[in-house]
Ligand binder design. Structure first.
Ligand code: ADP
Ligand code: ASP
Ligand code: MG
Length: 406
């Protein structure tokens, strides 16, 4: 069982979490619980780190931000014991949950679940601090990237061979789009691993992308449900499963959006071989991910415009790198903006249907929304538009593909 930040926001809520745990224990299950930091805590810790200055050290950053989960785990263990259950907290390094040394976004390399399982056999609920691990060679604490407790939970479930992994959050499942933005969004009973992977990586933060990857590879039965349900009468959630296990398949399953995008346009770039390499090579070397790329073929074949997108976090660095190479690349002007949003439609049905994206272009045009860039792949397409139109565009597509709740 995994509980996110809002679900453990205060001791009152932690009591409710404990009631969910007790229900499963009473039903005869051995239970390991993964918790996130109390709501807002990680943001506060990140902001404190940023306040310390420019000598940023990622290992110390991890030492600080991993602490939020320690508090939540200890508190839940205390509450469970207060209810008469056996329970103990586990910090990442105590399990140990081992990772590589990519501080801030470490990958899990190995989990030795044996001690934890011994505790479970003795009748103690294991309360595990999510989001963190240990890089053993350097003996340093690592964190798994924002939203990483989902991945802690799924990886732990795989390591101990759990019957299932229930992700309890502040919504009662995976919806056709973010229910906070589209009130008419519908809960999906089932969604395929492939679609969930795309939805998560295109902005639906209900599950961290890596948690879905791990679940898919290790065949973990993953269920998303609400911690706000009555613990005595839990409602249905969403099962993440194989495509074959979904009976009623829609062409479009969900709409995702990401505001964490930035657009850079280089004007009057010399239209000759090697220019793309001169632009994107240095960005790759700086580990900056480029997402969409558009190059216009110039009429007179002397100059062209190149537009590309990077994440909002990389915007400043990407601009600096390109500006420092202005002469080597050869362009007249650089324009950039962060006031853009990427809207995506996802559905395995796109494999067998044509014209799905074309309908979206038409619908957005009818609303006067200009599309700045487009990318497509087998089961999704994405469009970059002005951020001001986010809600309108998401709602328009949601209705267009018949996803609105009736
Ligand atoms: P937790 O703290 O439990 O990990 P998160 O805030 O990380 O919770 O994720 C849950 C939130 O994800 C929801 O409150 C919702 O606003 C957002 N969300 C975005 N897209 C979706 C979607 N397609 N389905 C459900 N929730 C979504
Ligand atoms: N507390 C961490 C975060 O806010 C991890 C998580 O909640 O999953 O990103
Ligand atoms: Mg989360």
């Amino acid at each position: 069982m995994k509980f996110g930040g809002t679900s453990v926001a205060n001791v009152e809520r932690i009591r409710k979490v404990a009631a969910h745990v007790k229900r499963e224990v009473d039903a005869g299950f051995e239970v390991a619980v993964v918790v996130s930091a109390m709501a807002g805590k990680t943001n506060e810790l990140v902001a404190w780190c940023q306040e310390t200055g420019s000598h940023f050290d990622n290992a110390e950053y991890d030492a600080v931000v991993a602490s939020g989960e320690l508090v939540a785990a200890g508190l839940l263990a205390l509450v469970l014991r207060d209810m008469g259950l056996g329970a103990r907290s586990w910090q990442g390094w105590q399990i140990p949950l081992l990772t590589d040394d990519a501080h801030g976004s470490a990958r899990i390399t190995k989990i030795d679940g044996s001690q934890l399982v011994e505790g479970l056999r003795r009748g103690d609920v294991a309360v595990v601090a999510g989001f963190q691990g240990l890089h053993a060679p350097t003996n340093r604490v690592t964190t798994l990237g924002r939203g990483g407790s989902d991945t802690s939970a799924v990886a732990l479930a795989a390591a101990v061979g759990a019957d299932r992994c229930d992700i309890y959050t502040d919504v009662d499942g995976v919806y056709t789009t973010d229910p906070r933005v589209v009130p008419k969004a519908r809960r999906l009973d089932r969604v395929s691993f492939e679609e969930m992977l795309e939805m998560a990586s295109l902005g639906a933060k209900v599950l961290q992308v890596r948690s879905v990857e791990v679940a898919m590879v290790h065949r973990v039965k993953l269920y998303v449900r609400s911690s706000f349900d009555d613990p005595a009468d839990p409602k249905l959630g969403t099962l993440i499963c194989d495509e074959e296990d979904i009976v009623e398949q829609q062409v479009v399953t969900g709409i995702a959006f990401s505001r964490d995008e930035a657009q850079i346009t280089l004007r009057e770039v010399a239209d000759k071989p090697g220019v793309a390499a001169a632009i994107f090579g240095p960005l790759a070397e700086a580990s900056i991910n480029v997402d969409m790329i558009i190059q216009v073929v110039s009429e007179d074949s002397t100059t062209t415009d190149i537009t590309f997108t990077v994440s909002g976090a990389d915007f400043g660095r990407a601009k600096e790198i390109i500006e420092a190479r202005r002469d080597a690349i050869g362009y007249a002007r650089l324009n950039g903006t962060q006031d853009v949003v990427k809207i995506s439609a996802i559905g395995v049905g796109m494999r067998s249907h044509s014209g799905v994206a074309a309908r979206a272009f038409k619908a957005l045009a009818a609303k006067g929304i200009n599309i700045r860039a487009i990318t497509t792949s087998e089961i999704k397409f994405s469009m970059l538009i002005d951020e001001a139109y986010t809600e309108l565009a998401v709602r328009t597509l949601h209705s267009l593909y018949g996803l609105d709740a009736r």
